[in-house]
Design a protein. Structure first.
Length: 543
């Protein structure tokens, strides 16, 4: 009674504190405190590498390491050279923030509000000391999990490993029990300027891809310490990253470093012509105000000045590129016959044993995404918009697409035509002809509801579905249960592909391997189905 009187004297009953005698039991459940989602500290998530210890953090149960060096600084005398190993360090190096992005022109990146809002680009410091990778893993153990290595888009001149929020590997690592790795590497002329003809480094035209091979070698040597299996690595990239995947499949030095391949919305079937690349390298010297062969001075030039000179060189040779039939102008992997095959990709046995998955979206290059007024265009207007590209073939092409897609609006037909699957199907055909490993083909058609539906199935939208990031990348999807349902199926199928070389068993309908004769294609949408050459007649009208 004295104890009860004491609590009453403090006003305890007035503020809801239960008054319990020694023989009384409360029926009120005790509130339990939720644990923090982030665990970080000086002795948290410490891992060994050949160069020293690193320290990451644990976010929602996933061990995360950002900005791990896999190569040395590529500036100064190392510019245009093959990558070298990083210098060892003492103590424990923090790996808790992104590494530097490769030098690139980022002016006006956020000048267009619609693009800035929708894609939510993430850019940090730019530096030639950019050979960094990131790792997400469920645990630092000996589980030998499948490894996915992500190659960012942006052609071969822009981008970084965390450019979009949908690139994060946390959710897929947790859900699929896999190790996710993403990479920064040299871009533009710093990664792909061929200086061989003027006595420069033999690897200069493919230095950026050699960086990626160095990252794969780092995975081979270290990923077991992060719970991964170096004998089961899937290379996956989107847009320019997809072209990086196909070019690496045709580089002898990459053989054996990865075992499955995924190309999303981008696949190249050849490197650029070595003769054109040599002319471009010589012109770079001229635009930089140097004599051809003055390599040391070119290495001393501030990187921004070099990039600006490279832009001028590309423009100066635009006519020559057209005359030579160069489809990708500027700086990208060079078919030098040493580092990258001169033969058309997939025409040799190199990488023939690697299963492959190829995907594109319905409306990769949707003109109305940033311009609502184009929704009102009629077919006559579409024909006029397309005539500079297709000339006298414009009307037959439009008629073929209109016949195959009769419910599509003129704007939708315009988007389908300029976003055609011609390159993706050509890559699937070439891979199929190798005959040693299956290739799976998909076509992503899911459309978000915002902006009155005019976004459609645009370039990059599918990435966050494969990686279970549809809520994180809400500016692409709107978030919520509808995109999440499709993402679950796509991510599960991707994980199955990474484990076994087949996407089947992951929640999608049975996915038949692609053949040239039937054109088996998985349609990815709210309802997923296998269709056979779904745009064939229209696509063939493109010539």
């Amino acid at each position: 009674m004295q104890r009860r009187h004491f609590f009453h004297s403090l006003g305890a009953s007035a503020v809801g504190i239960p008054l319990l005698g020694s023989d009384e039991v409360s029926n009120t459940p005790e509130k339990t405190e939720e644990p923090p989602i982030l665990v970080a500290g000086d002795r948290i998530a410490v891992a060994d590498t050949a160069y020293g210890k690193i320290r990451g953090f644990i976010l929602r149960g996933v061990h995360t390491f950002l900005g791990i060096p896999y190569g040395a600084d590529t500036g100064g005398s190392q510019r245009f050279m093959p990558p070298s190993r990083p210098k060892p360090w003492t103590g424990i190096r923090p790996a808790i923030w992104w590494g530097n992005s490769a030098p690139q022109i980022t002016e006006n990146r956020y000048a267009q509000p619609m693009a800035a809002f929708t894609d939510h680009w993430n850019y940090d410091d730019l530096s030639e000391d950019c050979l960094r990778l990131n790792v997400w893993t469920p645990a630092l153990d000996n589980s030998r999990r499948p490894v996915l290595l992500w190659l960012h888009g942006g052609g071969f001149i822009h981008g970084n490993a965390h450019e979009q929020d949908g690139y994060h590997g946390e959710n897929l690592a947790r859900h699929g029990d896999v190790v996710f790795v993403s990479v920064n590497h040299r871009l533009g002329p710093l990664g792909y300027c061929s200086l061989v003809s003027s006595g420069g480094p033999a690897a200069s035209g493919n230095a950026g891809n050699l960086d990626l091979i160095a990252a794969l070698e780092w995975v081979r040597e270290h990923i077991a310490s992060f719970g991964g299996d170096a004998g089961n690595v899937t290379l996956i990239g989107q847009s320019g990253g997809g072209a990086k995947v196909t070019s690496l499949m045709n580089m002898p030095a990459a053989r054996g470093l990865f075992h499955k391949a995924v190309a999303l919305s981008g696949s190249s079937l050849s490197g650029i012509d070595a003769g054109y690349a040599a002319m471009l390298g010589d012109r770079l010297y001229m635009e930089a105000g140097l004599r051809t062969g003055e390599l040391e001075k070119l290495q001393e030039l501030p990187w921004l000045s070099l990039l600006q000179a490279a832009q001028r060189a590309t423009l100066a040779l635009a006519g020559e590129a057209r005359r030579m039939g160069i489809q990708r102008e500027g700086f990208s992997p060079v078919a030098d016959g040493v580092h990258l095959l001169q033969e058309p990709f997939f025409s040799t046995s190199l990488s023939a044993e690697i299963p492959m998955l190829i995907n594109t979206t319905f409306h990769e290059w949707n003109p109305a995404r940033g311009d609502a007024s184009l929704e009102q265009i009629d077919m006559a207007g579409v024909v006029e918009k397309l005539r500079p590209r297709f000339g006298e073939r414009t009307e037959p092409i439009c008629a073929a697409y209109r016949e195959l897609f009769p419910k599509a609006s003129p704007m939708e037909l315009w988007a389908l035509i300029v976003s055609n699957r011609k390159q993706a199907v050509a890559a699937a055909d070439a891979k199929f002809r190798q005959g040693k490993a299956p290739v799976y083909l998909a076509w992503f058609g899911w459309e978000p509801p915002h902006f009155d539906g005019r976004m459609r199935s645009f370039h990059c939208i599918d990435i966050c579905f494969w990686f279970l990031n549809t809520d994180r990348m809400y500016t692409h999807t709107g978030g919520g249960s509808r995109p999440r349902a499709l993402a679950q199926k796509m991510a599960d199928s991707l994980v199955r592909f990474a484990r076994t070389g087949s996407p089947n068993g992951g929640g999608l309908p049975f996915w038949e391997p692609y053949t040239t004769a039937k054109g088996e294609t998985m349609i990815l949408n709210d309802a997923c189905t296998i269709q056979y050459d779904p745009d064939g007649d229209a696509r063939r009208s493109l010539g």
